[in-house]
Design a protein around this ligand. Structure first.
Ligand code: IMP
Length: 433
């Protein structure tokens, strides 16, 4: 049986939610393996919009197993709220099961407080985080002081770990950031409530996935954020705190690397970025504004306006290489409708005259000084939102995606021309032969 990982090739917000939701129909198990509620996957099913931050997008389908893997950092309040919201709107199907790894680390109130305080203190050097405590939770995980779900379920261990943490975190909060301290007992009481509510969902998810694989079930690994927000391979330090590349589908869910047969890279037809950091193809003119308004480029988590720019194939080519992408899904192609000329960035030129065509300079100063090298194409004006096959697309639209396919060096699997499931051209099913 084929198992598939879906990852973003840019800086997140590529429209992964819609593609994962579509592929989830063919999968039996859907696994999130990194990030936390910094992600926001917007799904439109039968005209109804649902935004999920933590729970895998596959949850809207019946008879699925949805897993929040060990590599995810979980804010239990958000998890509880998402489950309650889905139940309230009758969107949690009867035969769908949800599990969270007993090894997943918890986001604690001090993570959120310190995330926000630190960013405020940095002012002009801030990362522009989502303020959800993601980075702080991963810091504690690596520092071996994090609290996991298995600890939450054991009252004594939870209190011990909480006390140790509170002692240190309150020192930072009060002395470094001049903020009010947190109260361990209050957090303990609040988190006991989450423990009670979430206990039935906590499991050894690595084992569940292995058992499902043995039964011949198909697994879909759902990435969050994008390749260039990866802690190792992204535009450091303007990145998130987890590995967003496909390789982490293995570590973050507890399966061997050979379990991942195919990797689909999601590539928006233009580029966006939320938060700070260099952005070579950024547009601050009317074209950028067109992308922002037509594409409704607001962060699904923070509501911030996304910065917009031309399609950057240097980013995409690096993502294809680093993630081992076997096929590309192009999204939001309809947003480009009406633009007279379109540009695709095929290289960067540094101030020193060096050219980069398939890798992003690691040195941030060099990257910030890069100029884009563009290829120009003619745009189209026809409404493409009802296209069901490539031949339905205008000639210039076809030329644009053909260029994208050639430059990415990976075959096109899917083209999305609108928000709904029906506005999709499927060229190849990743679960097929
Ligand atoms: P953090 O993940 O909240 O620590 O934020 C670090 C950086 O990653 C910031 O620039 C965020 O805007 C960005 N980021 C985090 N999650 C997402 C996402 O889901 N989409 C786009 N950008 C994100």
């Amino acid at each position: 049986m084929t198992n598939v990982a879906v990852v973003g090739t840019q800086w997140g917000d590529e429209g992964k939610g819609k593609v994962v939701d579509l592929y989830a129909e063919d999968a039996d198990v859907i696994v999130r393996f990194q990030g936390g509620n910094n992600a926001g996957h917007t799904l439109v099913v039968k005209g109804v919009q649902t935004i999920l931050h933590l729970i895998p997008s596959g949850i809207l389908h019946d008879h699925k197993t949805c897993i929040i893997g060990n590599g995810v950092v979980v804010d239990p309040a958000v998890m509880k709220q998402e489950i309650e919201n889905l139940e309230k709107r009758a969107l949690f199907p009867e035969h769908t099961r949800l599990f969270v790894s007993e090894k997943a680390h918890l986001i604690m109130p001090y993570h959120r407080r310190l995330d926000v305080a630190r960013e405020a203190r940095k002012s002009d050097r801030k990362i522009g985080t989502t303020g959800r405590g993601i980075g702080l939770a991963y810091e504690d995980k690596v520092a071996r002081v994090g609290i996991r779900f298995c600890d939450l379920l054991d009252e004594t261990t939870f209190m011990e770990k909480l006390r140790d943490n509170i002692e240190e975190k309150n020192f930072y909060l009060t002395r470094r950031f001049e903020e009010a301290p947190l109260d361990a007992q209050q957090i303990f009481d609040e988190y006991r409530g989450y423990a009670e509510y979430l206990k039935p969902f906590v499991a050894d998810t690595s084992l569940i996935i292995a058992q499902e694989m043995r039964r011949g079930k198909k697994i879909l690994f759902e990435g969050a954020q994008g390749c260039h927000l990866d802690i190792d391979h992204g535009t450091y330090p303007y990145v998130t705190s987890s590995n967003t590349v496909a390789g982490n589908a293995s570590c973050g869910s507890g399966v061997g690397p050979r379990a991942i047969d195919r990797v689909v890279g999601i590539c928006k037809a233009y580029t966006t970025r939320v938060g700070e950091g260099p952005f070579v193809t950024e547009l601050t003119d009317a074209v950028g504004e067109h992308m922002q308004t037509v594409g409704q480029e607001f962060g699904a988590t923070t509501g911030r306006k996304r910065r917009c720019g031309w399609l950057d194939m240097v980013l995409v080519r690096q993502a294809v290489r680093v993630c081992g992408i076997s096929g590309i899904a192009v999204t939001k192609l309809d947003v480009l409708t009406g633009l007279e000329k379109l540009k695709i960035c095929v290289g960067y030129r540094t101030a020193a005259g060096e050219e980069y065509t398939e890798s992003v300079p690691a040195n941030l100063k060099a990257l910030a000084g890069c100029q884009p090298v563009y290829q120009e194409l003619d745009g189209w004006t026809e409404d493409i939102r009802h296209a069901n096959q490539i031949d339905d697309l205008p000639k210039n639209t076809r030329k644009y995606i053909e260029r994208l396919e050639i430059l990415s060096d990976a075959p096109l699997m899917l083209v999305s021309v609108g928000a709904g499931r029906e506005s999709t051209i499927v060229l190849k099913n990743p679960f097929g032969d």
